[in-house]
Design a protein around this ligand. Sequence first.
Ligand code: ASP
Ligand code: MG
Length: 405
Amino acid sequence: MNTIVMKFGGTSVANIDRIKNVADIIKSKKKNSIKIVVVVSAMAGVTNDLCEKSKAISKNFSNEEYDVLLSSGEQVTSALLSGCLIDKGVKARSMLAWQIPIVTEGQHKNSRILSVNSKSIFKYLDEDYVVIVPGFQGISEQMKISTIGRGGSDASAVAVAKALNADRCEIFTDVEGIFTTNPQICNEAKKIEKISYDEILEMSSLGAKVMQSSSVQKAMMNNVEIFVKSTFSPEKSGTQILSDDKISYNKVITGVAYTNDDAKITLIGVKDKPGVASAIFKPLNDQNIIIDMIVQNISADSKKTDVTFTVKRDDMPKAKNIINELKKNIDYDDLLTDAKVSKVSIVGAGMITHPGVAYKMFDALSSKNINILVISTSEIRISVLVNDKNVELAVKTLHSVFELD
Ligand code: ASP
Ligand code: MG
């Protein structure tokens, strides 16, 4: 192994002792001729705090200055960690995004990384330095400091790993890896050894807490293999995220995911004619309301049908207003809403080759008297919408039925 990228999240560098612990992890890795680039987040809470300060000083704080302000959190961690390593006798130096440079494009607060100049990093790696790079920040082509969206340090790590053609990209966080479901609601949850990019993207409710989704997409596009590990038990193997052709699936299902912030909207008795669906969803789209599940019934008389869809619970009042406004353009008999629904999903690339998975899922839920409100599927996921109060039971039941316990 030659070059590795190690990324440490906010909780891993939350205070001085934890930064010292991170320095020890790096020092113990820095043997032989291995080249190490470390990407760091801001210390836990710092970015939020800076964000609050910007709001306190101005109701419309400039986006450009927001980036200068928020990117400072990662600079602090970089210097502290680098200084700590030097103190421990490890050759180290921090390199801020503009020094490398990590060039970004797009709008402030939400830029995308265009390029990482690997030459400047290799210059120091070749001299045996550990190079510490602040995540989340970049510099625009207009030479302005930029940031790449909250949680963006993961994407920085993936971009650096890709630019250096690193052998490994390790994401250190406060959990031991990705679990088959949330251990907080299911005691039987197990750590997953290997999971595909697609699966983790589908399990966003589990995965996104561990890694930002767009960074997983980026890793998938560039074939960067990722190891999610715990900073507090770095000797454990963690979870490896890679492409599905490198995984042999002996289980049909890899994990059970769930949300708890959905809301359901039903339009009863809309006309069954072309253009109605687009008339409903266009204004919602125009207002940036994300629609998740959609079902339209077959109309028995070819005249009227019902349309049900789900939105995020926070968007429900806004969506309801839009649909009420719609009354002027399209006709419907009634509008029903339910803000106490959640989506429970089984995810697994193994289901592609195993028939009967949907039946097994529905049967298991019915055996517990859990009513299914809406169903949606992808190639590797089956999701059902259920009442909030059934979520925990549904998760535990599916976890057991699909032999993840
Ligand atoms: N510090 C940034 C944030 O809190 C970026 C990151 O930690 O990934 O969003
Ligand atoms: Mg994070």
